[in-house]
Design a protein around this ligand. Structure first.
Ligand code: NAD
Ligand code: ZN
Length: 389
């Protein structure tokens, strides 16, 4: 068959192709229990290359190794110290070298990644670049991973001082969400993950907000392990609502052709704040500082009442999240907004909450408005503010 020619322009061809994207995100408790088969469901052959977060390996490595042995699969485990400051191209390149050394079969040996959002983002990027794309299976082990990084299709590393400056859109063939990894997660990281859940509650799902208002501290205490029946019910309800809500937002806009994304709430100023504060602020903490700022902006614009604003701040504080940060200085705010405008292709497209559970997008936020809001925000933050390590 001839290549499709363009009748209007002789000597020019337009190529049209479509790629169906289909991937599964599945809750599965205790994924590495020997009787579970999910991790090996994708691919074939008796070998797997597994990238495991260093901290996860120390805590869960024996079980992970025993799992592959039990299934008679030869596993090569690469451990990576993955925190935000290691989320760079150098780490990605080391993984590529290890894949070459392993001699990865291109399609039938999916790379398996077990770790937090940093590692799943890096390995997702590697997998999407390696031979222009090789399948991978994701097992997130942090709350951010479970409800956010592990749910969508974005991969990336930081570069040139910018957050996720290099990245791709590449879905994992299968993502397995196992809340029992959270048992060993530091309390601060649980709180950090709840920030992304709170985001969805604030701009999309008032029921989710109510759940966090009612059960947030218990979820933090129990680390979503269901120590009590009430805590168990709340943990499952919150995790499922967050994942479903996230996917509902992502699915119609997987490649971000639409740049007004409500899931970008809290992500207008936070990328700059997070990178400037590195390593003292975690991702979700920076997001919360941004949400606190934009909650005040929304209140000043009459989009939410004073009572709603105060409820939001109270929930943030009960979740042990920061509601203010010393970096909220005029020049930082201006620079952050400028960078976001470039990221959003020339317009602000800032999501603001409408009441609790609604959203609108604005393009006319002014510098004065931001500075006024940041000053008010400071007075609303608990005194003394949560300690910044
Ligand atoms: N791709 C996306 O759509 C998306 C969405 C949200 C966030 N992210 C990215 O995710 C990253 C943040 O992810 P994170 O919060 O998971 O951080 P992280 O991956 O750095 O993990 C946090 C810490 O917990 C440790 N850890 C991981 N699992 C553990 C466990 N089960 N028990 C004990 N310790 C454990 C890690 O070693 C690390 O020190 C950011 O880089 C952010 O950009 C990506
Ligand atoms: Zn985020």
């Amino acid at each position: 068959m001839n290549a499709p020619s363009n009748a209007e322009r002789p000597g020019s061809w337009r190529v049209r192709a479509q790629q169906l994207v289909s991937y599964e995100v599945r809750f599965r408790d205790h994924v590495f229990r020997p009787d579970r088969a999910d991790v090996l469901e994708i691919g074939s052959g008796r070998r797997r290359f597994v990238v495991v977060d260093h901290a996860v390996d120390l805590l869960h490595g024996a079980g992970i190794r025993a799992y592959f042995d039990h299934h008679d699969v030869e596993s090569t485990i690469m451990t990576v110290r993955a925190d935000e400051s290691a989320k760079d191209f150098g780490t990605a390149a080391r993984i590529v070298e290890a894949l070459d050394a392993f001699g990865l079969a291109r399609r039938r040996e999916p790379v398996i990644v077990v770790g937090g959002g940093v590692l799943t983002d890096i390995v997702g990027l590697v997998a999407s670049l390696y031979r222009r794309g090789t399948p991978f299976v994701r097992v997130p082990t942090t709350l951010v991973g479970l409800v956010d990084a592990g749910v969508g299709v974005k991969t990336g590393v930081n570069f040139n001082g910018h957050k996720n400056r290099l990245g791709t859109y590449a879905p994992a063939a299968l993502t397995l969400l196992d809340r029992f990894f959270l048992a060993t997660l530091a309390r601060r990281h649980v709180s950090n993950g709840i920030a992304e859940i709170l985001k969805l509650g604030l701009i999309k799902d008032v029921r989710l907000f109510d759940l966090l208002e009612r059960h947030g501290p218990r979820l933090l205490d129990e680390k979503f392990q269901g120590v009590t029946p009430v805590g168990d019910q709340a943990a499952v309800a919150v995790l499922h609502a967050a994942t479903a809500g996230m996917l509902e937002e992502l699915e119609p806009n997987l490649w971000e052709t639409e740049l007004e994304r409500s899931v970008d709430y809290g992500h207008t100023f936070s990328p700059t704040i997070e990178m400037r504060a590195l390593p003292s602020l975690l991702h979700g903490e920076a997001v919360c500082v941004d949400m606190a700022l934009t909650t005040v902006v929304a209140h000043h614009r009459g989009l939410l009442t004073e009572h709603q604003r105060d409820r939001v701040f109270a929930v943030m504080t009960a979740l042990e999240l920061p509601t203010w940060h010393p970096l909220l200085e005029p020049d930082v705010l201006a620079g952050a907004l400028q960078d976001t405008v470039r990221h959003r292709d020339g317009r602000q497209r800032v999501p603001l909450p409408v009441g609790i559970g609604g959203v609108t997008f604005v393009n006319d936020i002014t510098q004065t408005e931001l500075e006024t809001a940041a000053a008010v925000q400071r007075t609303l933050a608990p005194t003394p503010p949560l300690p910044f390590p």
